[in-house]
Design a protein around this ligand. Structure first.
Ligand code: UDP
Length: 330
């Protein structure tokens, strides 16, 4: 890929910041647009001294003016954790609808290509397993997850309309559960909850009986798939996820074992509309991109556990430094 100017909305978030790292390392110019509602400057501060990096604090649900040519607009902005679905319901609906409209408008104005980060949530609580891109989904539009699911379904719809009406060169990915460093410790998702609970000897909160399944991909596998798709002219949605499926209970046991933790498991109520099974059919990505995930769960979990362990240690040492004078210790 020759050097391009690429704008990433949500580029200070978990996935967006890893994508920014890779695109910068390949010699591209990257402009991150983020309102920091769930993203963090900590995720991108190491890029600030790069001449080909620019950060703009802005909510993409509001119109934006960019004073330079763009080759790509990549729309990755959105709170995406189930606990955000309650706290940030309206911002989620806005960024999926108005935000996607504004990002597409920018791509149209700049004659840039457009890349939409959609989600496996468009399949809702799926009745087809594993989920191929041709499955239309089973979504409760007025349930607690509906704000995210429907905003992403709308985002896909308007993206295809801009492709058909205005000839915009678009890509759409449906991202399945992804984990890795830079997830928010308090974002409520299962991998960061379990790791942080295990590291602090708290009980691991398994919702329901933990029989529901998920398939987790490590973030660098996802980014590799994204970069490959940028180079392939294919406009329909493509699933990117790891087909290795296991139950939430199995994950809890694995995290306890890997952290050598004394934590127990506590069983909490299952949230409403929690999908019972989820596993991507990745035949399309394999055929189109010659892509499949490479990182084993154990290896990805090790890196993620190390990330959260370091984060906790540094929070603890700054708390200690703050408390020492207060309790009379130098
Ligand atoms: N979950 C859990 N304990 C937690 C957090 C989540 O048992 O502390 C379950 C949740 O009910 C779901 C699965 O783990 O079945 C994955 O949840 P997550 O929030 O990570 O993502 P989702 O796939 O639901 O969007």
């Amino acid at each position: 890929m020759s050097s391009k100017t690429i704008l990433i909305t949500g580029g200070a978030g978990f996935i967006g910041s890893h994508l920014a790292d890779t695109l910068i390392s390949q010699g591209n110019r990257v402009i991150v647009v983020d309102n920091l509602v769930t993203g963090s400057l900590k995720n991108i501060e190491h890029l600030f001294d790069k001449p080909d990096f620019k950060f703009i604090e802005h909510n993409i649900s509001e119109k934006i003016k960019i004073d330079e040519d763009l080759d790509w607009v990549m729309h990755f902005a959105s709170p995406a954790s189930p606990i955000d679905f309650q706290k940030l319901a309206i911002p989620i609906l806005k960024v999926g609808s108005l935000g996607t409209h504004n990002a597409l408008g920018l791509a149209k104005e700049k004659q840039a290509k457009f890349f939409l980060a959609s989600t496996s949530e468009v399949y809702g609580d799926p009745l087809v397993h594993p989920q191929p891109e041709t499955y239309w989904g089973n979504v409760n539009p007025i349930g607690p997850r509906g704000v995210y699911d429907e905003s992403k379904r709308f985002a896909e719809s308007i993206t295809m309309a801009y492709h058909r009406e205005h000839g915009i060169d678009v890509r759409i990915i449906r991202i399945f559960n992804t984990y890795g460093p830079r997830m928010r410790a308090d974002d409520g998702r299962v991998v960061c909850n379990f790791i942080n609970q295990a590291l602090q000897s708290e009980a691991l909160t398994v919702y329901g009986e933990g029989k529901q399944s998920r398939s987790f991909q490590y973030v660098t596998d996802l980014v590799a798939g994204i970069v490959k798709l940028m180079d392939v002219k294919y406009h329909l949605p493509v699933n990117l996820g790891n087909p290795y499926e296991f139950t939430v209970h199995e994950l809890a046991e694995k995290v306890i074992e890997m952290t050598d933790s004394k934590s127990e498991i506590s069983y909490e109520p299952l949230p409403q509309d929690d999908p019972q099974r989820r596993r991507p059919d990745i035949s399309k990505a394999k055929e189109l991109l010659d892509w499949e995930p490479e990182i084993l769960l154990e290896d990805g979990l090790t890196k993620t556990i190390n990330y959260f362990a370091e984060k906790l240690a540094s929070e603890l040492s700054s708390l200690e430094a703050k408390l020492r004078p207060e309790i009379g210790i130098k």
